[in-house]
Design a protein around this ligand. Structure first.
Ligand code: ADP
Ligand code: MP5
Length: 268
């Protein structure tokens, strides 16, 4: 029997498969990791926007997590869309009980601009959930919302990182610069050092689910026992390939290709 590393995602669904648990599961699988998923919310969405959201009751999220953890403890986990404080409490309790690498993608708004979590839950996210993570992976808008500061250039990214590390008390923060101008530059800040990764910007509107996919790949690598920096570097290479080879699905902001990086490596 060959035991595979296991990664768990705690996130919402996107029935068109570009974001949320479906995207995470594809990313886990393509990295050779066995994927599990506990669903927080069902969304009715597509590449054009979010048409509706149905939040799972927090007690039922808890039941899903109990089913998983009483059977197998994953080697790493991530959270995506966690819409309410009650659901955040359930996730925070679970993380406290099991000491596994935990990546928080602080999903707040979809690429289309639609809100995905309750405004009141943001303070709870800041005070309780974020300090429990090994790393938190905000995009520029999420970093602005969490720190309360506008981010336009690298100096602002560095200031935001100080707030995450010194005031919020995160272990590390991975700030994704996909929404800034110029090259696609991402930053990993820990208390000890900073790693900056840059790739030329790809001219495309097909970036639906990039954040979900990026954090899922980091989680998959952590599940294999890779370091935070190794996981960050791999996720950057993976997402660049995934965006470059997007499958052109839908009428709006289409999804990325979760398998192109793997195919490139097979042919290397
Ligand atoms: N047009 C692009 N070209 C190349 N890389 C991109 C592009 N847009 C986003 N990325 C990369 O995709 C990842 C997700 O970033 P971002 O778009 O900032 O987050 P989110 O999907 O959460 O909004 C990051 O690694 C970012 O640098
Ligand atoms: C269920 C769900 N979770 C997350 C996102 C954000 O997606 P992105 O990765 O584009 O920020 C989404 N649109 N839907």
């Amino acid at each position: 029997m060959h035991r595979m590393p296991i990664a768990l995602t705690v996130a919402g669904t996107d029935p068109t498969g570009g974001a949320g648990v479906l995207a995470d599961s594809k990313a886990f699988h393509s990295r050779g990791v066995y994927g599990m998923a506990a669903v927080t919310s069902l969304t009715a969405q597509n590449t054009m926007g979010v048409q509706d959201v149905f939040n799972v009751p927090a007690e039922f999220l808890e039941k899903q997590l109990e089913s998983i953890f009483s059977d197998e403890v994953p080697h790493a986990m991530k959270s995506g869309m966690v819409a309410t404080i009650d659901m955040m409490v359930v996730v925070a309790n679970m993380v406290e009980d099991y000491n596994i690498p935990f990546v928080i993608d602080p999903v707040m708004i979809a690429t289309s601009g639609d809100a995905l979590i309750e405004e009141e839950s943001i303070e709870f996210l800041r005070s309780t959930l974020l300090p429990a993570a090994l790393t938190v992976t905000p995009n520029i808008h999420e970093a602005e919302k969490i720190t309360g500061h506008k981010i336009e250039k690298e100096a602002d990214v560095r200031k935001a990182a100080r707030i995450f590390l010194d005031e919020i008390g995160v272990h590390s923060v991975t700030i994704k610069g996909g929404h800034l101008e110029g090259d696609a530059v991402d930053y990993l800040f820990t208390h000890e050092d900073t790693v900056i990764l840059s790739e030329p910007r790809i001219e495309t509107s097909h970036t639906h689910g990039t954040g979900c996919t990026f954090s899922a790949v980091m989680t998959a690598e952590l599940a294999k026992g890779k370091t935070l920096e190794e996981s960050f570097r791999l996720a950057k290479r993976y997402i660049t390939s995934a965006i470059r080879n997007s499958p052109g699905i839908g009428k709006g902001n289409g999804p990325v290709n979760h398998f192109s990086f793997r195919e490139e490596q097979v042919h290397e």
